[in-house]
Design a protein around this ligand. Structure first.
Ligand code: NDP
Length: 500
């Protein structure tokens, strides 16, 4: 910590990580190295191995052996729960280290990273209970000669591919639930944000997870990611990222072993604000919904669908909020909006801002690259006069860019909200319960917020409608997702012969 300000210091030298197989860290050795620079400061912070496909095979073999010999799935729920609980406690013990590397590699504010890490410990603690309560069903109504059971069994070896926007949070929305079900794991984080996934693997071993149950391979999506989605010995794959790569995942599963898939893809999420809302609360929520994580969230509220009678006044409130939000160095405790995570994403966001202007939208505020001497930052951006065919209204920008789309009636609000290929999340702001429930029922989205946004926790499931994905993560739904259902028919007494 720099004592003269509330700012953490940069590391003196980058930290080197190995990858993780069979309960052990494997050093970089002769492999190529990916050197990651902090997006907020442009200095090297981590060195990560570029694994080979042989390394991936070794990791899948380890996960396969650990699953097939039942060293994890054969334990009772109490034993699995104990490991998950200890993991939660160890995450809390190492929370400062995890938050620091999350911030260094991703560019998110340190205060936000700390809150996310605490939420991740909570995921493990909650999922420990699910390891004990996962159960099937029975049918006692099949007559005196038959009894039926429905059992849930872990699906097997699960590959996890995570993106760079919430490297630790997205991982922890999956790993505890997958482990609660009895599966084993091979995880591939985004190459630019691998550190905290590697730390989690060490923690799981320390918490007592048997070797081979959590493996991490590092490297680029086009090499290691592609090899993982095509791997014939992986039974299920959980992918979070762009819709374009999601399509490749589906194709690869079809070409290879029809592995089961969970997909959490893009979103173009509406924030629907009615004139009868608490407009102060709504303005704060809408600003948070697009500013949080620099808008690099699949659930960012990037379309402001606002009742026309209050649209101008509401736009002014958002502008005032954007003027006061603290953008800057992610290592500073006061920062609310940090850096853009990758150069490519920075270019993508700026190109959408240019497209918005070129297509005739009115730039109300922001839209600029902010200069803090180093790193890449974009000011929170508000566009008015946005029409439904514009790119900024239709495509996922994944940045702090909010598009205003006014409406005149409830029906029109619902129509605009549903006018997208996605269906990940939506928020509605109104004090009228009838309107809130009607909109909640009719807008197609997997996550819904009423008079709030982006809240969540380990209990409620995550996932999308339409092209936002398949399946659900978290909650008991998230554990069941990683199970197969088996029907068991049990005959009672003497069989009626087929051949007399
Ligand atoms: P990607 O979909 O390319 O990356 C997500 C993950 O998939 C990363 O781990 C990446 O690895 C991996 N990956 C990339 N290519 C392949 C492949 N062929 N096979 C298997 N895995 C692969 O997203 P980008 O990072 O390129 O971001 C592009 C856009 O995607 C963003 O602008 C945003 O719109 C959207 N996005 C959505 C996210 C969400 O949460 N829904 C998260 C991230 C992005 P690596 O990074 O190492 O290449």
């Amino acid at each position: 910590m720099d004592k003269s300000s509330n700012r953490l210091s940069l590391p003196a030298s980058p930290r080197e990580f190995g990858f993780y197989v069979n309960g052990a860290c494997i050093p970089i050795g002769s492999r190529e190295v990916f050197s990651r620079n902090s997006p907020g400061h442009d200095v090297p912070v981590t060195r990560i191995p570029k694994c080979t496909t042989d390394d991936l095979d070794m990791a899948v073999d380890a996960a396969r052996a650990a699953f097939d010999d039942r060293r994890w799935s054969g334990l009772n729920g109490q034993a699995r729960a104990a490991v998950l609980l200890r993991t939660g406690a160890l995450i809390r013990e190492r929370s400062e280290e995890i938050a620091y590397f999350e911030t260094l590699e991703n560019g998110k504010p340190i205060s936000q990273a700390r809150a996310e890490v605490a939420g991740c410990a909570d995921m493990f603690e909650y999922a420990s209970g699910l390891a004990r309560s996962l159960h099937g069903d029975s049918f006692n109504n099949l007559g005196d000669g038959m009894f039926g059971l429905v059992t849930r069994e872990p699906v097997g070896v699960v590959g996890i591919i995570t993106p760079w926007n919430f490297p630790f949070l997205i991982l922890c929305e999956r790993v505890p639930y997958i482990l609660a079900s009895g599966c084993t794991i091979v995880a591939k984080p985004s190459e630019v944000t691998s550190a905290t996934t590697l730390i989690l693997a060490q923690i799981l071993t320390e918490a007592g997870l048997p070797d081979g149950c959590m493996n991490v391979v590092t490297g680029s999506g086009s090499t290691i990611g592609q090899a993982l989605i095509e791997h014939p010995h992986v039974d299920m794959l959980s992918f979070t990222g762009s819709t374009a790569v999601g399509r490749r995942v589906v194709e690869a599963a079809g070409r290879t072993n029809f592995k089961k898939l969970g997909l959490e893809l893009g979103g173009k999420n509406p924030q629907i604000v009615f004139a009868d809302a608490d407009l102060e609360d709504a303005a704060d929520g809408v600003a948070f919904g697009i500013g949080f994580n620099t808008g690099q969230c699949c659930v960012s509220g990037s379309r402001l669908v606002v009742e026309r009678s209050v649209a101008d006044a509401f736009a002014q409130k958002i502008q005032d909020k954007f003027a006061r939000v603290v953008v800057g160095d992610p290592l500073n405790e006061a920062t609310q909006i940090g850096a853009i995570t990758t150069d490519a994403q920075n270019r993508t966001i700026m190109s959408y801002i240019e497209k918005g202007k070129a297509e005739g939208a009115k730039l109300i505020c922001g839209g600029e690259q902010m200069d803090f001497g180093r790193g890449q930052y974009i000011s929170p951006t508000l566009f008015g006069d946005v029409t439904s065919e514009m790119a900024i209204a239709r495509e996922e920008i994944f940045g702090p860019v909010l598009a205003i789309m006014p409406f005149d009636s409830v029906e029109e609000a619902i129509m605009i909200a549903n006018d997208t290929e996605y269906g990940l999340a939506a928020s509605v702001w109104t004090k009228n319960i009838d309107k809130a429930l009607m909109v909640t029922r009719r807008v197609q989205a997997g996550r819904f917020w009423i008079n709030t946004t982006l809240s969540g926790g380990p209990e409620l499931p995550l996932g999308g409608f339409r092209q936002s994905g398949w399946g659900r993560e978290a909650g008991m739904y998230g554990v069941e997702e990683y199970t197969q259902i088996k029907s068991v028919h049990i005959e009672i007494g003497k069989r009626t012969p087929w051949i007399a």
